[in-house]
Design a protein around this ligand. Structure first.
Ligand SMILES: *Cc1c(COP(=O)(O)O)cnc(C)c1O
Length: 406
């Protein structure tokens, strides 16, 4: 599709800080759920940029939204407000529990803001000793020094000590564990409605309901990290709507901009009041380009057609994955919500998610993992039947290749 302009995958190892180990090919062009590499090989995209490309690649209406704004105004900073940010905030407050919105540029920044706001709110109303943040084991909340420590995966924090204080962990989907951990010193409990990086594990409704109740009893704020589950991913605009449990603060990012960087926290007017002028900020947060694109994403996703489509595609994918498993018996279970699915590898293949990704790459299928034992799928919310069927066929072939090579 394009000349390689003299750069190749081998250059990565010479030029980049080695914190990633990217696939062997370099994507250069995408359209819908198809992607082409430097040599013109065509891939089916079941990865969706890690649940970011909610509308696939190069959606014409997103190109229009971005280019129209690009010809008007790129950036003014928060010394001034701007129309796209206000329009986006209006749409978010009309479609969710939120009464106030804060914009930033990523999921980590959104969670960082959420945790700072929770501490500030607790200090304002109850005193500075109410500062403990409770999070789940195996949770993922970002990579900044604070958010990575709130996350409950030691592999991401080892070597980065000393760890910031005031953070403790309890077991996901375990009400007793939360009851034991929570106290009047707790300022916030943060939960992913579906643990994404931790293995695509949905919360039980009773667990989220208990968290809401316990937070109210202890005057702690309930924070839902919907960075991965938000913006239609679960078949609901936000996953809290699927559960009928409303948080005090919700963090959003990933799918929000459909590939353009943006993050946000959604909250109530009462909680928001603790972020007075000068207490928190971001140079780029609420950037007009990002907000114009995110507004269009939200308009498109928050329709009956798209959200119901997510549920239909969910069922189609689940049955396709079960059919693969009926042939090869490689999965223990297939789980998830909407178009965030995890195939948990059976004991015989435990720890080998990476091998499946490599086999998929050979068959020109882009897949994700969520830890070493789970294959993760997070395709475009608009993926069509042809691409779904084609992707599943490639998945099937990749598994067959892997087993044949054993
Ligand atoms: C990806 C993710 C984050 C971090 O988002 P970044 O944009 O990478 O900073 C935080 N929480 C959850 C649940 C995520 O999936």
């Amino acid at each position: 599709m394009s000349k390689n302009d003299g750069v190749s995958r081998a250059d990565f190892d010479q030029l980049m800080v080695p914190n990633y180990g990217p696939a062997g090919f370099i994507p250069v062009k995408g359209l819908g759920s198809r992607v082409w590499d430097q040599t013109g090989r065509e891939f089916i995209d079941f990865a969706g940029g890690i649940a970011v490309n909610a509308l696939g690649h190069c959606h014409p209406q997103l190109i229009d939204a971005l280019t129209e704004q690009a010809g008007k105004l790129w950036h003014v900073s928060n010394v001034f407000t701007n129309e796209p940010a206000l329009r986006l905030a209006k749409l978010i407050t009309e479609t969710t529990f939120a009464e106030r919105v804060f914009f930033c540029n990523s999921g980590s920044e959104a969670n960082e803001a959420a945790f700072k706001l929770a501490r500030k709110y607790a200090t304002d109303h109850f005193g500075a000793e109410k500062n403990k943040i409770l999070a789940c084991k195996n949770a993922f909340h970002g990579r900044s020094l604070f958010t990575v420590n709130v996350g409950g995966q030691p592999k991401y924090t080892e070597g980065f000590g000393p760890a910031p204080g005031g953070i403790a962990h309890f077991e996901y989907n375990n009400i007793e564990s939360l009851m034991t951990a929570i106290s009047d010193q707790t300022c916030a409990v943060v939960i992913e409605p579906v643990q994404g990086e931790g293995g695509v594990l949905p919360a039980d409704r009773a667990f989220l309901e208990a968290a809401r109740r316990l937070c109210d009893q202890h005057k702690a704020l309930l924070i839902f990290d919907e960075v991965q589950t938000g913006v239609g991913r679960t078949g609901f605009l936000y996953a809290y709507q699927a559960y009928g449990v409303v948080p005090d603060i919700l963090s959003s990012a990933k799918g929000m901009g459909g590939g353009f960087p943006i993050g946000a926290i959604l909250t109530t007017a009462r909680v928001a009041a603790s972020f007075g002028v000068g207490t928190h900020g971001s140079t780029y947060g609420g950037n007009p380009l990002a907000c114009s694109v995110a507004h269009k994403v939200l308009e498109i996703v928050n329709t009956e057609k798209v959200l119901a489509g997510v549920q239909n595609k969910h069922e189609r994918l689940i049955s396709g994955l079960h059919a693969i498993n009926a042939k090869y018996a490689v999965f223990k279970t297939v789980r998830g919500m909407g178009l965030l699915l995890g195939c948990v590898l059976s004991d015989a293949y435990a720890g080998r998610a990476k091998d499946f990704l490599k086999a998929a790459e050979e068959r020109q299928l882009m897949l994700l993992m969520a830890g070493p034992n789970v294959l993760r799928l997070a395709p475009s919310l608009l993926i069509d039947e042809i691409d779904l069927a084609d992707g599943l066929a490639r998945f099937d072939a990749a598994v067959a290749d892997l087993l044949a090579a054993e």
